[in-house]
Design a protein around this ligand. Sequence first.
Ligand SMILES: *Cc1c(COP(=O)(O)O)cnc(C)c1O
Length: 370
Amino acid sequence: MKKLPRRSCLQKITPYEPGKPVEELERELGLKNVIKMASNENPLGPSPMALEAVQRFLSGINFYPDGNAYLLKKDLAAYLGLQEENIIFGNGADELITLVGAAYLNPGDEIIMAHPSFSCYEFSALLMDAVPRHIPTKNFSFDLEAMAAAVTDRTKVIFICNPNNPTGTIVTHSQLESFLNSLPPEILVVIDEAYNEYVTDPDYPSSLALLDEGRNVLILRTFSKIYGLAGLRIGYGLAPREIIEDLNTVREPFNVNAVAQVAARAALKDKQHLLAGRELNRRAKEYFYREFERLDLNYVPTQSNFIFVDVKVNSRELYQSLLRKGIIVRPGDIFGYPQFLRISFGTEEQNRRFFQALEESLKELSSKKK
Ligand SMILES: *Cc1c(COP(=O)(O)O)cnc(C)c1O
C-alpha cells in the first residue's frame, strides 16, 4: 500500500487520551467493581425522567433526528429566557468547539487558551492549521492580563474555560467583564461553562447578561456532566444570532441524534436530579478537602465536580497503582503537571474507596523508593 500524503497538521495533533472505560480495565485486569472517577460524569447516573423518555421513544429510531432540534430548542429557550435564534446544539459541546475552528480559523490564525486547560481548544485550532497560544495559569487561575497581552492581529478566538478543567478555578464576573472590555471587539470569546451547575461562588459570571449586552461571546454548556447524559453526546452553544448562523453553516445537518434530543428535553425538566447532583457534590467536596488535609496534600479549591491535587509523587505511577486497585482517575502528566491527579467526585462509597486506595498506593510508592 502506498502511503497517503496526509495534511501536515496531523503531525501536530496529539491524540486525546480519554479516561479509561470501566469495562476496558475490568477486561484487562480481570477485576470487578471498577470505579471511574476520571471523566467528571455524574455518579448518580442519568435523570430517571430522561431514562423513561428514552425508553418510550426508542421505537422511533428508524427516523432521522430533527436536524434543527425544534422541540428541545423551544424548551431550552424558555428555560434560559433566550430566543431560539441564539441557540445551537452539538454532538457534545466538543463538537461546537471544533465548529468554532471550522467557522473562524484560517491557516496561520491564532487562538489563545490557558495552560493547563481543556485540550479540545487546541485541537480545533491545529485541525485548521491555526496556532494555539498557551498562557500559563497563575496560581492555577486564568492570567487574564497575560491573555489580553498575547492578542495579535491574527488572534481570532479566545477560550475561557469557566470553571477551568482541570484546575476547577473560576474567572469572576468583574474579571471577565474587564477582560472583554480590553479586547478588540472582533475577537470571539468562547466561555466554556460545562460545569456551571456546580459553581457555588457568588462572583461567578452571569454570562447570559453578557449575551444581552450584544458581545461577541459563545457560551458552551453540556448535558454530559450534571445531567448525566455523557454517553448520548449533546451540548449547546448560546451566542448572538450571527455567530449561531456561522456555526450552523459548518454543522452537519443531523449532528445531534434523536435519542439525545429526547433525553435532554426530559433531563431539563428534572429539577430534583439536578439538586441531588449538586448536593452530592457539595458533600463530596467537603470530604475531599478534609481527607487531603489529613494526608497533608495540597489541593486547588474547586468550583467543579473534580479536584486537582498535588500528590508529591510521580502521578503516572500512582495512577497505575490505583488502576490495579480498580480505580480510574486522571494522571496530571496529560495536563503538564506530572505530580498532580485530577479526581472526579464519586458517590460517598466511591469516595471512601478512593481514599483507602490512595493511602495504600502512596505507602507502596514511598516504600519502593526507599
Ligand atoms: C466535559 C467538557 C466539555 C463538554 O463535553 P461534551 O461531552 O462534549 O459536551 C466541554 N468543556 C469542558 C471543559 C469539559 O470538561
